[in-house]
Design a protein around this ligand. Structure first.
Ligand code: ADP
Ligand code: MG
Length: 291
């Protein structure tokens, strides 16, 4: 249990485990995973347990980053929160209601572009309002506003192939945020971008988030990115049957400039502490899973 883990933290807890903070015991979580295990059936009928017994809660307005080695089950967990995968056991709760089907209160941003190549940037953003039945003129006006907020005011009429990778991500960000979802689920969204563009996108995300704080579950393999962005970093062990092996509160002041914050001693100390937990799992993942 998350609460149990917080209690462990107060007692000193397990090695590499730190107090989650007051949020862990509070109610009204935006997303809550309780004892979630997810298994896949492989060819030939064998079952592969990807994650096991995961307890994780994200409070409204809280930015939680989930890190772990590649193949540990980060995307699997995010997909469970999105309602795209049903747990074999355990439960997913969204604002105190059991999740069944897709998580309608969440917006998603994945690594791969989900833009429609035959639509302009403006139409790609406006189309996100279609399911809500927003009249076209209003949808276009709001899409224009959102493209301005992500720095693309003069790129509204471009098709995705006429935009850089970073610009396409900006369109995707606007497409997600225009619906004003209460929960943001992001799976390595800036993964394919170059290092500088990643930092610029991280700062843009933080600016937009600060203006209207949503609950964020942000999955990344990049520990620096996780610390720079999040209020809390959760470490997932190497699979199979990956578990949460560490939770760390990031008490760096906001607003943050993520290219500058990396230079601060407090950042380094935190990085060292979390990496000592994560590195064990990264080596286990390379060695082919837990012993
Ligand atoms: P991560 O996002 O941390 O890199 P994933 O969540 O994508 O990891 O995958 C976790 C584990 O589950 C991996 O070992 C992966 O091979 C396995 N896995 C993911 N999806 C499926 C699937 N549909 N069928 C079988 N195994 C899967
Ligand atoms: Mg993944």
């Amino acid at each position: 249990m998350v609460g149990q883990r917080a209690a462990e933290g107060r007692k000193g807890g397990r090695a590499g485990m730190r107090l989650v903070g007051g949020t862990a015991l509070a109610h009204g979580e935006a997303v809550r995973l309780d004892g979630v295990s997810i298994a896949f059936t492989l060819k030939g009928g064998k079952r592969y347990v990807a994650v096991e017994g995961i307890d994780l809660a994200v409070m409204p307005g809280e930015f939680v980053a989930v890190v772990g080695p590649t193949g540990s089950g980060k995307s699997t967990l995010l997909n469970a929160a999105a309602g795209l995968l049903k747990p074999a056991s355990g439960s997913v709760t969204v604002f105190s209601s059991a999740l069944s089907g897709l998580n309608a209160r969440a917006g998603y941003l994945f690594q791969a572009d989900a833009l429609m190549p035959w639509k302009t940037a403006l139409d790609n953003v406006a189309v996100a309002l279609e399911p809500q039945g927003v009249p076209r003129a209003e949808a276009l006006a709001r899409a224009r506003d959102w493209l301005a907020k992500v720095g693309l005011a003069t790129f509204t009429d471009r098709y995705p192939h006429m935009l850089s990778g970073g610009q396409r991500k900006r369109v995707a960000l606007a497409q997600m945020l225009i619906r004003d979802p209460e929960i943001l689920l992001m799976d390595e969204p800036f993964g394919p971008l170059d290092a500088q563009t990643r930092q610029i996108m991280g700062n843009l995300l933080l600016d937009l988030w600060a203006a209207n704080r949503k609950a964020v579950m942000f999955v990344t393999h990049d520990l620096e990115e996780a610390i720079a962005l999040a209020d809390r970093v959760v470490v997932l062990s190497a699979g199979p049957a990956a578990k949460i092996v560490g939770e760390f509160k990031v008490d760096l002041a906001r607003p943050r400039d993520i290219s500058e914050i990396r230079l601060e001693p407090q950042f380094h100390a935190l990085y060292k502490e979390i990496w000592s937990c994560l590195r064990v799992e990264v080596s286990r993942a390379y060695a082919g899973g837990p012993a």
